[in-house]
Design a protein around this ligand. Structure first.
Ligand SMILES: Cc1ncc(COP(=O)(O)O)c(C=O)c1O
Length: 434
């Protein structure tokens, strides 16, 4: 008995020691390593190009070769199976949109903001525009008021589809059209599983279609069913995609039954950057006939997903280092910065950069990190780095935006980097936010 008690105790000690050792081992594995390699050749060449142009304020860089790569990947996936519609909010610059329109051979754009809609209708009079979200009817009224003030070759009654998500909004748009004696095309938002609003009931849809059909001012442009949930929701992606398309088909069947004609020649939109590749080989077998995508062409970090694995990172924030300190000090907490760096040696030193607190993560030099305790700043933000990272005051650091739609608007003109020549070739103005 005494023997087995001693044995049990010894076994417990051994077990605990084992747990402690493996715990330390695991902690050792988790403990970050110092990264002090400094900028890669790519970022050194980008830094040189920026410095040659004297660009020393925070700048949003688009890499033209990488954008070209992404355009050709997108074309390869979509082939001739679907029309391609550019999500303009994710590439919010007229020259950038023109570049992508030329590269992909499409005139189709998806817009989300009334002032941008006016800018695009004016500057790209050949374009075919679909709203990606339903706008308040007052925005539609404002569009026509501002459009009259600057007429272009653009014909809204043929080239613009307003997005309508409910019978109530349909009534408002109908009233506006009648008041202005302005023919309007409407596209109906359908819920194919995202549950972000739009028509869900076939019965209500049929009523809305009848209203459009009977209106002297409205015409039916098609459907918009967005489905990014198919790569996010639990369940096999192919199954979720097929379920979404089966749902889409029900809406199409209801429309064809209600209208008594085929709608396959109308705008039947679906897709986004994270899902467009899932339709390869399905053209003609699913109800949708066009795919939308935007962000994937510049690939911000939110789009680092397996369905975009063949796209390249083409957008960076570049900003100069204003100050470099040999250590990391947190006001009111002496020794805390040192403690942080004992655990993570990439907290050893400090750079204060020009600007900061963007929706973005540092990428170069590798190992550059935010300090969550010191706090964030939009004016001069603290970043930490390891001993030995070759970085000087006035050098640039680089971050990757998390998303493009808002971040690309924060830096003034976009800076176009031609990596093969190692030079900044152009500056492209972004949308005026209105
Ligand atoms: C209706 C609609 N379609 C497509 C997209 C896809 O845009 P992106 O390719 O930039 O993710 C979005 C994004 O918000 C959207 O709202």
């Amino acid at each position: 008995m005494a023997h087995s008690e001693a044995f049990r105790k010894q076994r417990r000690k051994l077990l605990l020691a084992g747990v402690a050792v493996s715990g330390l081992g695991a902690a050792g594995l988790l403990k970050p390593e110092a990264q002090n390699a400094g900028h890669s050749r790519y970022f050194l060449s980008l830094q040189k190009a920026l410095q040659e142009k004297g660009l020393a304020t925070p700048t949003l860089v688009i890499d033209r070769q990488r954008l070209d790569h992404n355009i050709s990947v997108l074309k390869r996936h979509i082939v001739d199976e679907f029309h391609y519609r550019i999500v303009a909010k994710s590439l919010p610059s007229l020259p950038l949109l023109k570049y992508v329109m030329a590269g992909t051979g499409t005139q189709k754009l998806m817009l989300f903001h009334q002032p941008s809609l006016n800018q695009v209708a004016y500057a790209l009079p050949e374009s075919d525009l679909l709203l990606g979200k339903p706008l308040p009817v007052a925005c539609a009224a404002r569009f026509y008021e501002q459009f009259e003030a600057s007429p272009s070759g653009f014909k809204p009654e043929h080239q613009l589809q307003w997005l309508v998500d409910s019978e109530a909004r349909l009534a408002e748009y109908q009233q506006l059209a009648a008041q202005r004696k302005q023919p309007m095309r409407v596209n109906l938002e359908i819920d194919i599983g995202l549950h972000r609003g739009g028509f869900t009931s076939q019965e209500i849809l049929a009523r809305a279609l009848t209203t459009i059909e009977q209106s002297p001012w409205l015409t039916f442009g098609g459907f918009m069913g967005y489905e990014p949930h198919i790569i996010q929701a639990p369940g096999p992606t192919d199954w979720l995609r097929d379920k979404a398309m089966a749902r889409y088909q029900q809406f199409v069947d209801t429309a064809e039954h209600t209208l008594g004609r085929s709608i396959s020649d109308l705008t039947l939109n679906t897709g986004g950057s994270t899902t467009y590749q899932l339709y390869r080989g399905m053209g003609g077998r699913i109800p949708a006939n066009e795919l939308a995508a935007g962000s994937g062409l510049v690939l911000p970090t939110d789009f680092d997903v397996p369905t975009l694995a063949d796209h390249q990172r083409a957008a960076f924030i570049a900003t100069p280092v204003l100050k470099l300190l040999d250590n990391t000090r947190i006001p009111g907490a002496p020794g805390l910065g040192r403690l942080q760096s004992l655990w993570n040696p990439n907290h050893a030193r400090t750079a204060f950069i020009y600007g900061g607190y963007w929706k973005a993560s540092p990428v170069s030099p590798p190992g550059l990190i935010n300090n969550s305790i010191y706090g964030r700043s939009t004016n001069q933000e603290m970043l930490n780095l390891a001993e030995g990272v070759p970085l000087k005051v006035d050098d640039h650091v680089f971050l990757r935006p998390h998303q493009s739609e808002a971040v690309l608007l924060e830096f003034g003109d976009l800076t176009i980097f031609d990596g093969d020549k190692g030079e900044i070739s152009e500056r492209w103005p972004v949308f005026d936010r209105g």
